[in-house]
Design a protein around this ligand. Sequence first.
Ligand code: WTA
Length: 651
Amino acid sequence: MKNIESNLKEKRTFKPSEKFVRQANLKNEDLATLLTKYNSEPDLFWKELANTELTWIKKFNTVCTGTSPFFKWFEDGTLNVSANCLDRHVETDKKNKIAIKHVSEENTITNITYNQLFSKVNSFSSGLKKLGLKKQDRVIIYMPTIPESITVMLSCARLGIIHSVVFAGFSSESLKDRINDCSAKVVVTVDSFKRGGKSIRAKDTVDKALDMGCPSIDHCIVYKNSSEKINFTKSRDIWWHDIADENGVIVAPEEMSAEDLLFILYTSGSTGKPKGIIHSSAGYLLNCLLTNKWVFDLKNDDIFWCTADIGWITGHSYVVYGPLALGATVLIYDGAPTYPGGDRFWKIIDENKVSVFYTAPTAIRTLMKLGDELPSKHKLDSLRLLGTVGEPINPEAWIWYHKNIGKENCPIVDTWWQTETGANMIAPLPGIYQVIPGTCTKPLPGIEVEVVDSEGNKVQNASQGGNLVIKKPWPSMLRGIWGDKDRYINTYWKKYDNKFYITGDTARKDEDGNIWIMGRSDDVVNVSGHRLGTMEIESAIVSHEFVAESAVVSYPHEIKGEAIHAFVVLRDNFKLHGEKQFADELREWVKIKIGSIAKPERISFSTNLPKTRSGKIMRRLLRNIARGEKISGDTSTLENENILNQLKDIF
Ligand code: WTA
């Protein structure tokens, strides 16, 4: 990919200012102490951190136990995650500190203190309890990023109920599949919400999903978020305000085992079926909390704005659990980034004195394209640290971010991690590292990564890439895939005989030990920082009655990082009247099946696809075509050579 090529040549280095270094949570000497401790006694390293950072109900004795790939952390200890995010702060003078500052698309600002959030969570917990939900039952959250969706997450945590947030941009069909996969009993939603000035009728989507058949669902709880009228099925639907007691009710936090599941979060993999990544309680919380402290350098007076939606792991770890466990103030904004104008983000930063800002490269590239005048209208002098996540950042976007947003004054942390890792794994320590744009630098203390070849041997040549693996278990690692043990082993461990966790990313390690992420080694693509499986999109496309076959690949895109090209073969009896019109229809179809984020940028039609004699589609060749590259590698197994000529003419 073009970006990666230019990334590898990047040599400019940037170091933090003296002022930043002086105040940093982690200084050089702290890092040295941490590393010495980890290298001599890894269990003691984690034990001390878990003891000092988390509030336990019953102390643990064991640290990391189990046989690969099934690890347990602090297993004999008990705690409650919501008590770690709330109760322990309301007992201190943090009680009147703002926990959540919510900015709506219309710029209504709602400040919620720790005390107020504590009350909201207690009253909603009491409502959930009345519905008879038990420990480790599942609740689906289909809501935008508003204080109430965070309230539901923390209420589930309080009662030991497993939540699964489904991004509110997913279609009814995707929602139905996720509800059924984890047999959820309750779904919590809103009537509607605003995005880009338009009303998005979330409850209608939930109704459609439930109408398709979700036998496990007993109730749908609706938070009234607008004045829109919705359909209401009396036997099933419940208004939030009818079950959440507002009268200062206190619901004692459940005593949970460290290993009890906190949440399921669905993400894309190599097959057509999304996988429910499962996370535990204590280990997950520990890495979230530590990375908010170490990488985001969070302090008591910071205002931390992570722009991720709670539907993604970044929203879980850097909007909700990590910052709240630390007692920080988070800003949330549930509107569109460019509404009503292209400087909305910068305006929010100035008006609310945001000090730490974390977003995706795709957002940076989009806003960069709108011109330097937009950020230059704003002071942006409250900022002291910037972060990026989700995809490789090209040096051009990095430098723009550094100059125009950070005013050359803020370190940038390029954080590499995944839904599966729970928290940042490779990222700069902002008060210590000199960074080169394009590398996420080095693994954090306690994390051991390597770049290996297909045999599992360390790649020696620094200019060569290989598979990125994590060599040792870590507290916030996924505990598995909901209901699919085999898939967990096969996807993440089997190739190297359970020795390493396989990230699915390819990377290069330079002479200084910096990691440069190159891309995925599987059929996962990263469009605008959203992780999508090409197989999922293919199965959505082929489910259209006029489609016989489809293959989906990605190609580099200036703004989105990667974009989707769908190659489509139509059924014999279908005559195409207008290619463009049908391509648009297929895009709409994908939106209905999965959601807008999965719509292919390009769709091309042909009479066949390049296949091997055994009938396997040769996606490698399609990738070459979509990327405008010369056909590379062996084509001798190709059965229908002439199809390549037909496909080359598609542009
Ligand atoms: C990619 C998002 C380069 C990577 C937290 C990974 C990145 C996938 C970076 C996980 C980064 C994430 N540089 N690539 N800093 N961060 N990725 O599960 O391919 O939505 O495997 O988690 O995003 O995506 P996920």
